[in-house]
Ligand binder design. Sequence first.
Ligand code: P6P
Length: 342
Amino acid sequence: MLPRNGLSNLPMIDGQIVTIERFLLEKQPEDAKGDLTAILYDLALAGKIISAQTRRAGLLDLLGLAGKVNVQGENQRKLDLLADDVIIRLNDHTGRIGALVTEEQKEWVRIPKEYKKGSYILVYDPLDGSSNIDTNISIGTIFGIYRVVDKNKRGRLEDCLQPGRNLVAAGYILYGTSTMLVYSAGKGVHSFTLEPSLGEFLLSQESMRFPEKPAYYSFNHASGRYWTKEMNQYIDWLRNSYKHTLSHRYIGSMVADFHRNLIHGGVFGYPAEEKKPNGKIRLLYEAAPLAFLAEQAGGYASDGNQSILDIVPTDIHQRVPVFVGNKNLVKKVEEMISTKRK
Ligand code: P6P
């Protein structure tokens, strides 16, 4: 093995420094045109730009509200709009994307006529957990990539309303103590850490799997009074079945909770509530991409009745109850709360 003198402080796999560019090229099928790889590169670039802005937000007056409200009725934050703008600008003219769906735009985003139509659909939440921005808690970009239904046509709404089972790739970029990009293109989940001194995402873990033994459950206990009796019985079951080994961690940033549970084992849940019969999490660009990753990592995701990946969206912003992570813990939710005929 080569001496590790000058490189000892960089993440290496088997003595090799693997950039995301190299990894993607090595993993892409022989006959690939390279469009999907290029889209993942573009998302990595977006992650670098958003990370730089997020890190300096306090200095650049990017914290706080943008003075606008999005389609969800949520106050948009300056960084929400910046992240959304970065991703659209990096993808709308490449000829790789047929249409975009983003949490921050009411309608699906058409590719301007002057640009070539693309054969992929990009759905994304530019900054999940953005209510945490001002308190320096980890936030993240969540994305999913589909193929267009009909390659001969320009992107249409029907290309955007596909079930998660049709995803060709999904992932997230986590802006935390370090910036990480975690993705899957259907052959396992792989994580990359941004090395700021190089401006490169370097491979930090290949083929990530949920640990069998769960360490955390992530539910907002304060909302327990709005859950059904059966949902509260599930939480009691969790706490009694894993008395001494399960802790509670819920930081109000699903992508960060998901990431911690992927590494240490656990389950995240945002159940239906009296006033939120479909919960809060958006199906298309939050739940489905994380469900895709979860299954690729040996986990599972459900709305309490069925796999999140089998739900066909009828609206680009529709919400679903979400339980995602350790397969046994999520299957137990279905067993205890499913309203489907037994
Ligand atoms: P609550 C962030 O807005 C988000 O969509 C998820 O990232 C997070 O887990 C959830 O909402 C927090 O919602 O109602 O518990 O504050």
